[in-house]
Design a protein around this ligand. Structure first.
Ligand SMILES: Cc1cc2nc3c(=O)[nH]c(=O)nc-3n(C[C@H](O)[C@H](O)[C@H](O)COP(=O)(O)OP(=O)(O)OC[C@H]3O[C@@H](n4cnc5c(N)ncnc54)[C@H](O)[C@@H]3O)c2cc1C
Length: 454
């Protein structure tokens, strides 16, 4: 690995956090079963129902930690992966917690728990928590289909999950302590664990919402350069206001930018870093206009200030085997993390064979065209650039149409194995390309992807 890029954390850290994650989910089950008297006399369905509630609550707590962008837990996996996992586990928690009242009512033969409108208040709290959780998870998974605006959804999501946690905590505490038929949380170690889990979730939330903002990872930068790359794509270059805050990223990572300009919404947005970590010119992001925030990017001027948080992510050729040929596949502005990798390969004169397949609509949409052509003429890396255009002009000599199996097979000359593939672009294009690669026999572990949405 080159000295200009920091070492990416090892696999051991990932295994460590996976074990901790599994232990936190198992801990309430184990502790309750070890400390509760009369365990085993509850009946199978009731016990299963309670186990699902215990594990479901632990998963909810861990959802806060996964989303908190804590550097130690983020770096072994990459934030985008963690957030996708967060979404999948949210769905699992909902299914487990939905099964809890059904199995309980069935197990103890009290179907009125489900059917009656008026029930004891702790049960009512549980119902409200579950209903809110279902809505929260549905709006998270289908946010785009439901056309929910991202920033508004994000603020709402943050508040709702705290509401769910508090309701679920009170519900489980009151009913879990139980009366004469001692409940799952009747023993003090189980209760102590329950408090610790709730505190852990609220601590992660506070870290993410407040402490994180003032922590050293959010650094004040100045915009040093603004460059228009194409009709709707701009590159912003930033330098830290205090040079001692300069951070070295791994080529391919992304960061969050909040621009401090009165004409630009003060929102935090993720953008890949398109510059090489080997350059002293500052850190750059190349941004395509797609919505409310990005439409204001042309208003940003040199001298404007911005907060930058990060870098995040593990999408980098430095995570793969150092000797394998690279195949980089970009769709439109998805070139940005790959450009950072290419610039780093160039700046470090890496002896690597690289094929870049760059998919765009038309010639006007191709960004970095001259720079890529100049890189192709170098002996290190040995770069071949292939442009694929879906709507080229009549005179276009290169590949036409969508990237398909035939084009890829020709470019790879039938040799698909022993290469590392890095795919980045809009979600639909990235998914389709990865499917294509798998169909062509590329093993999953050789395919790396970054999607500009989570
Ligand atoms: C890891 C990552 C790297 C990215 N790198 C680049 C890049 O190098 N260049 C580039 O042009 N774009 C990049 N994007 C996409 C960029 O973040 C969005 O295009 C931008 O946030 C859109 O904001 P908007 O208000 O203009 O558009 P909107 O219409 O509000 O949003 C369009 C879509 O962008 C996503 N989005 C919006 N706001 C946020 C946010 N605050 N956080 C996360 N996602 C959001 C949502 O999926 C939303 O549906 C990246 C996204 C991710 C997740």
């Amino acid at each position: 690995m080159n000295s200009t890029a920091p070492n990416l954390p090892r696999r051991r850290a990932a295994i460590f956090w996976i074990v901790i994650y599994a232990l936190v989910i198992a801990a309430p089950l184990l502790l309750v079963r070890l400390t509760q008297q009369g365990h085993g006399q509850q009946g199978f369905l009731k016990e299963l129902s309670n186990n699902l509630a215990l594990a479901g609550f632990a998963i909810l707590v861990l959802q806060f930690v996964l989303a908190a962008r804590i550097p130690r837990t983020e770096s072994p996996f990459g934030l985008d992966y963690l957030l996708r996992f967060h979404r999948a586990m949210g769905l699992l928690a909902v299914l487990m917690l939905l099964a809890h009242p059904v199995l309980l009512a069935w197990g103890i033969g009290r179907w009125w728990l489900l059917t009656r409108f008026i029930v004891p208040w702790p049960v009512e709290l549980g119902r409200l928590a579950l209903l809110t959780l279902v809505v929260t998870v549905i709006t998270a998974i289908w946010r785009q289909s439901l056309r929910l605006e991202y920033q508004r959804w994000r603020n709402w999501h943050g508040r709702m999950v705290v509401f769910v946690l508090v309701l679920a905590f009170v519900h489980s505490m009151v009913l879990g302590i139980g009366g004469r038929d001692r409940g799952d949380l009747s023993a003090w170690p189980a209760r102590a664990l329950w408090f610790a889990l709730a505190a852990c979730a609220l601590g992660a939330y506070a870290y993410h919402r407040w402490f994180h903002r003032f922590y050293h990872r959010k650094i004040l930068h100045e915009v040093t350069n603004v460059k228009q790359e194409s009709r709707d794509v701009w590159t912003l270059t930033f330098a830290p206001v205090s040079p001692r805050h300069r951070r070295v990223h791994v080529p391919g990572q992304f960061h969050y930018i909040t621009v401090l300009n009165p004409d630009v919404p003060r929102e935090e947005h993720p953008f890949s870093i398109s510059s090489s970590p080997a350059t002293a010119d500052g850190v750059a992001s190349t941004i395509k206009i797609v919505g409310d925030f990005t439409a204001q990017v042309p208003k940003i001027k040199p001298g404007d200030r911005a907060y930058i948080r990060g870098p995040f992510g593990r999408f980098s050729y430095l995570t793969g085997a150092p000797e394998r040929p690279l195949v980089l596949i970009a769709g439109g502005v998805g070139i940005t993390p790959l450009m950072s990798m290419l610039r780093h390969l160039r700046d470090t004169r890496a002896n690597r064979s690289v094929l870049l397949v760059f998919v765009n609509r038309s010639e006007e949409d191709i960004i970095f065209r001259e720079e890529l052509a100049a890189m192709e003429s170098l002996d290190r890396p040995q770069l071949q650039v292939v442009h694929v255009l879906s709507r080229p002009s009549a005179g276009w000599q290169g590949c036409r149409g969508r990237l398909n199996r035939q084009i890829l097979a020709e470019l790879l000359r039938g040799q698909v194995l022993e290469k590392d593939y890095y795919v980045c672009g809009p979600p639909a294009m990235a998914e389709a390309t990865m499917r294509l690669l798998r169909e062509m026999g590329v093993p999953q572990f050789s395919i790396h992807s970054e999607q500009f949405s989570y």
